[in-house]
Design a protein around this ligand. Sequence first.
Ligand SMILES: Nc1ncnc2c1ncn2[C@@H]1O[C@H](COP(=O)(O)OP(=O)(O)OP(=O)(O)O)[C@@H](O)[C@H]1O
Ligand SMILES: [Mg+2]
Length: 418
Amino acid sequence: MNQDDLEEEHKNLPPTIEDKLNSMQTFVDQKEFVVIDNGTGFIKCGFSGEDLPRVSIPTVMGVKEIIIEPSQTNDQGGKKYSRIYGERAQDNSHEYDITYPIKRGVIEDFDTMKYCWHHLLSHKNMHNQKKCNLLITDSPLNHKDNKIKMAEYLFDKLKDHNIAIDSLNIMNSSVLSLFASGRTSGIVVESGQGITTAVPIFEGYALPHAIKSINLAGEDVTFNLLDSLMAQGIEVDNSNINHIRKIKEQMCSVALDYDRAINSSDPLREESCLYELPDDKGIIKVDHKIRFNATELLFNPEIIGCDIPSIPQIAYDSIYKCDQDLQITLFNNIILTGGTSLLPGFKDRFEQDLYELAAHTARTDIKIDIDLPRRHSAWVGGSMIASLSTFDDMTIKATDYEENPELHDDAVLKKLVF
Ligand SMILES: Nc1ncnc2c1ncn2[C@@H]1O[C@H](COP(=O)(O)OP(=O)(O)OP(=O)(O)O)[C@@H](O)[C@H]1O
Ligand SMILES: [Mg+2]
């Protein structure tokens, strides 16, 4: 999604956040927080209390070394680095070294991440933040050490780049997605770019023993689609990955009955199956077999030879890991979210397969909520909670962090328990 799409979405969105805040019997405080949702594919950034992030860019940085020749003055010369971000980096991968700092939901390259955060906070839509309060998300799977390291980078290392974080909270992205739905208990099934997670939450706290995840999400669908197109002799490769992603987002869907769907005739008219490649590379046909096949791995990983559970299976396993008393609440409050859940047919297939799995045990209906901005649900939940008058009490203050270096780990862990 590019910036124009995001601005368009802003205009069309009904004013839901305040309604939800009112229904949670809270009120909006004056202190403003910047909210950042770190995603494997997209990083989203904006201000608390707003309906959508102001900036959403692919989580990627490109770096190029530039040699500075000694000038005729006394300058000794040397080298410096040029850094670019997001789609611009992806589109210039031939010139720049490209790094994706988050792999499968986990920040693996903190130095690159630091530059990405700096880029967002300095963005014109964010009014170039030099000093701010920050709520930032963490994957439900991350080890607690990750929070400690995030705090270190955000408080200490960003300062070297002239950005001071005054207060900080790091929250579980699934808990925030649940808040965005107006609930405090339920199970969040989130399928994004790199990872799909099922996180049961009771009264605002994730239940770690029952969290399930698979390394299967949007990027696997994109690469599966790429493979199918290449197998058909279509001239595309990794350098076209943004276009392959766009083909997926515009044309692919999930079949309710896969075998039947691929053995029937194409439900779309011929012209709807055509995609124009950039730079006059021609028009390609993406038929129904390719479109349904690309997504099927989410519900049947075996078709790509992966011996891992499907998305409905991890939801089922996660619910059955929880106390029996809680299981009905979870079946009744399933929040389906993440960009990949936007695939047409995703919710129906998920519901059908989950009913099938639970048929012999479930004593209740399955209720699935998809009524939230699914590409941005964690960000939206963050925007809501950071607007609460009590939120500031839940943050670590830079002054406390600086004054008690020996308490860093404890202080971070004590405050950031979500
Ligand atoms: N309309 C759409 N149809 C299908 N897929 C979509 C659509 N919109 C976005 N996506 C996919 O959703 C993924 C991005 O979703 P999201 O922003 O929730 O992930 P993320 O937060 O970056 O990653 P993760 O949560 O896995 O760390 C991408 O793979 C993108 O192609
Ligand atoms: Mg995400």
